[in-house]
Design a protein around this ligand. Sequence first.
Ligand SMILES: Cc1cc2nc3c(=O)[nH]c(=O)nc-3n(C[C@H](O)[C@H](O)[C@H](O)COP(=O)(O)OP(=O)(O)OC[C@H]3O[C@@H](n4cnc5c(N)ncnc54)[C@H](O)[C@@H]3O)c2cc1C
Length: 395
Amino acid sequence: MRTGAVALLWSSLLLVAYWWAAGGGVQDLGAWETGLTSAGRLAGLLASDLLLVQVLLMARVPVLERAFGQDRLARHHRVVGFTSFNLLLGHLVLITWGYAAGELSATPATLWELTVEYPGMLLAVAGTVCLVMVVVTSVRAARRRLRYESWHLLHLYGYLGAGLALPHQLWTGQEFLLSPAATVFWWGLWAASAGAVLVWRVALPLWRSTRHRLRVTSVVPEGHGVVSVYMTGRRMDRLKAEAGQFFTWRFLTGPGWTRGHPYSLSAAPDGRSLRITVKDLGDDSGALRQVRPGTRVLVEGPYGRLSARARTRRKVAFIGAGVGITPLRALAEELDCAPGDAVLLYRFSGTPLFADEIAVLARERGLEVVWLPGRRRPRVRGWATASAPSTTSPP
Ligand SMILES: Cc1cc2nc3c(=O)[nH]c(=O)nc-3n(C[C@H](O)[C@H](O)[C@H](O)COP(=O)(O)OP(=O)(O)OC[C@H]3O[C@@H](n4cnc5c(N)ncnc54)[C@H](O)[C@@H]3O)c2cc1C
């Protein structure tokens, strides 16, 4: 599936380049002025294609989620996004320079003329401003200074940017109108991206949340700023959640409910209830300990490739640390394993989470446990801890 998706991406880029060449793009490169415009046009076409691909990558399309997993999709989204943005800047500069008859000094005046006189150009400029904001705030140094929620909110302007920047090409770009096939391709890709976002990021989560009507049943302290939240709802067996997966959760407790947070299931779903276990790492995760039984919960998901489906062989090693143990604890419960098939390496500082539950899994399911007490040694790569591992019980 992954190879198919990558092949589709490259085919779309090649098709776009072919239409550019068929429209005289290569011949136009022969002269300075037309060459600038032609190169700018190619850059714009490739940028548009990648911009829409970038939207599709984060639209939670199930087949892509299953093939790549969300973390890998997010990494690809970043690379595709920066490439598309660089091409967009190239498009802007080259095409304006070309329209200014190849004279750099006339470029600002030409840019103004193009913006106010050509159809859709004002929208395109507004879209580009949105995209500049998204890209600037996504550069690592800037992102580190922003709260995750602020960055995420600004990032959503990327949809607006894509929505505003593309119509000028659909209205005026000659390659878009070159042939019925090109027109169908561009409008089809645009509609598929917008449709995927509406279906999988908006409609499906709303439908699932309405259908299952999840509510909190209890919030149980696990010690050291960690709580487990138990939830139930209607037709929970139809939720199709698997151990190892996560949801994005929104607890309807009042202001701030719009901020969704991803948490893994910490117990294998039993068709009646769900459990998550959360460490207080910030304001929203910390506020969970005050959530009252009966609170409504909106969910997006289930997401994630880490489930029994990812297993390729009988023997399994679960390796986790701190609160990161949550999906592994759920998987160890659900996975079909005979004694000796599965081993859990668990690094923790202070008291380990789920010590009693893991002891039960060891006793009843033959899970071998290697407890790794202590923090990761500073400035040492890998998993080394200060103390020796203990294979019998948590120290
Ligand atoms: C797939 C996945 C599964 C997770 N499962 C668990 C779990 O089972 N238990 C648990 O305690 N924690 C889990 N986390 C981490 C948890 O999502 C964050 O700790 C939580 O969102 C912090 O929110 P906050 O507002 O309290 O803290 P903030 O102060 O806003 O953030 C604290 C840290 O969490 C990161 N963060 C905040 N919001 C998000 C978000 N929506 N998506 C990704 N990162 C975010 C921030 O970048 C920052 O590094 C998981 C994260 C991911 C990506």
